[in-house]
Write a protein that binds this ligand. Structure first.
Ligand SMILES: *Cc1c(COP(=O)(O)O)cnc(C)c1O
Length: 432
């Protein structure tokens, strides 16, 4: 396969040929060969437990058997691979199952749009549609939000470094403080409303508000139920559309299929990608209320909207949602994860360790510098786990949703050891 020498030469071709822009390869410096379920193997045969899940694109694990079988059969039968937005049997099956397993049982009547196959494509189409529907230009985004790397999505993204990469001014967006950003005693909705109602605030009425219910890249900040409900109400009062970016938190990451379900929200527009394809195959959806379907044919377009291989695995993935068992199982494992993280965090009060998140998206925030070291220590010990937050201050446990309780325990044991190795010495230094 790869003509590899052991050890130091392993990443030569990547260093020689690939742009400096590469990033995850630096956190996880191995050449990977195989993966199954929640495990990965590199070309040296070393095994890793996956607490990263392709940044949320592998909620159903690596190479899930049922989806793989469907995909192989489809390829064997010369099923359509690429189809732009023409009708295909694979897409038909996906749409039917999405209607029957996801939308109908939740009382949702969204129209389904297939933008380009990545998350940022879904966000761009959502922003365009919101502006078209309201005739307004500004969109409210939040501190520490992450919505993707194209210009529209960057404009509503918080991270300074990523924004700067745009190289041009990022217009028609305004950033407001997310829930909790101004401390526990400030309701940031009141702050936002002051701007909206005051004709002297310098802010014209926005077309929409875009948010994640739990900020995956921005440090696992969670919005509370009252805040979310209040935000939906604010949107209604000021004629702004509510866009939930469920690209990372959807598809069961926090438990239910949509992250906003427990809060009784019915967003006007929903963005999905990452795990919607089921197998790690590129696919994205923009969902919106039928009355917002104001597009003219072809007004938003894209060559790879018809990734039929993803439709095949996506339809199969939705079988997990035909009854409540999968969600209940995620919730059990989420408790196991919470308990373990609480125990780990309780050992490091001097480092202000704080457990954050929900579902199978939880982590521990530390003082700056520690989480990155934990990730490195974990990788050495055979656990793939990344950090979150502007200063990479949160170690973020994000195992595939299909992980069994033994796998979860095994990963958590490695995490515990890694925290001891990385934080223990720091803490000793702090206490002295
Ligand atoms: C990953 C992500 C995106 C961007 O998706 P890409 O496929 O990388 O373009 C947008 N929003 C959220 C919340 C994400 O996690």
């Amino acid at each position: 396969m790869f003509p590899l020498e052991q050890g130091s030469g392993a990443l030569n071709v990547f260093e020689e040929m690939e742009s400096e822009v590469r990033s995850y390869i630096r956190s996880f410096p191995a050449v990977f060969r195989k993966a199954s379920g929640y495990r990965l193997w590199d070309t040296d045969g070393k095994e890793y437990i996956d607490f990263f899940s392709g940044a949320g694109a592998l909620n159903y694990g690596h190479n899930p058997t049922d989806m793989k079988r469907k995909l192989i059969d489809y390829l064997q039968e010369d099923g359509i691979s690429h189809s732009l937005d023409m009708a295909t049997e694979a897409k038909e099956r996906f749409l039917q199952r999405f209607r029957d397993a996801i939308l109908k049982p939740r009382g949702l009547s969204y129209k389904v749009m297939f933008p380009g196959p990545t998350g940022t494509n879904a966000v761009e189409s959502a922003l365009k549609l919101a502006r078209k529907a309201t005739g307004r230009q500004t969109v409210i985004g939040f501190t520490n939000a992450f919505h993707g790397m194209t210009l529209g999505a960057l404009a509503v993204t918080g991270n300074k470094f990523k924004r700067k990469g745009a190289g041009v001014p990022l217009h028609h967006a305004v950033t407001f403080p997310y829930d909790g950003y101004m401390g526990p005693n400030v309701n940031t909705l009141t702050y936002i409303e002051n701007f909206l109602k005051d004709s002297g605030s310098g802010i014209s009425l926005p077309a929409a508000v875009i948010l994640e219910t739990l900020q995956g890249e921005g440090g696992l900040n969670a919005a509370s139920e009252p805040w979310l409900r209040g935000l939906a109400e604010l949107c209604r009062r000021y004629g702004m559309l509510l866009i939930v970016d469920d690209i990372q938190m959807g598809c069961g990451r926090t438990g239910p299929f949509f992250s906003f379900e427990p809060f009784g929200l019915k967003p006007d527009i929903v963005c999905l990608s990452k795990s919607i394809g089921g197998y790690g195959l590129p696919m994205a959806l923009t969902l919106f209320k039928p009355e917002l379907d104001l597009w003219s044919p072809g007004e938003h377009n894209g060559t790879f909207r018809g990734n039929n291989l993803a439709f095949v695995t996506a339809a199969e993935a939705l079988r997990h949602w035909e009854n409540g068992e999968f969600e209940a199982d995620i919730s059990r494992k989420a408790k196991q994860l919470r308990n373990a993280l609480n125990i780990i965090a309780s050992r490091y009060p001097a480092l202000q360790a704080e457990v954050r998140g929900r579902g199978l998206m939880q982590g521990i925030a530390f003082e700056a510098g520690i989480a990155e070291r934990i990730s490195q220590e974990a990788f050495k010990r055979g656990l793939v786990i990344e950090t979150s937050g502007t200063d990479s201050e949160v170690i973020k446990a994000m195992p595939p949703l299909i992980i069994d309780s033994e796998g979860l325990s095994e990963g958590l044991r490695i995490l515990d050891d890694s925290v001891k190795a990385a934080a223990g010495s720091m803490e000793a230094a702090v206490i002295q």
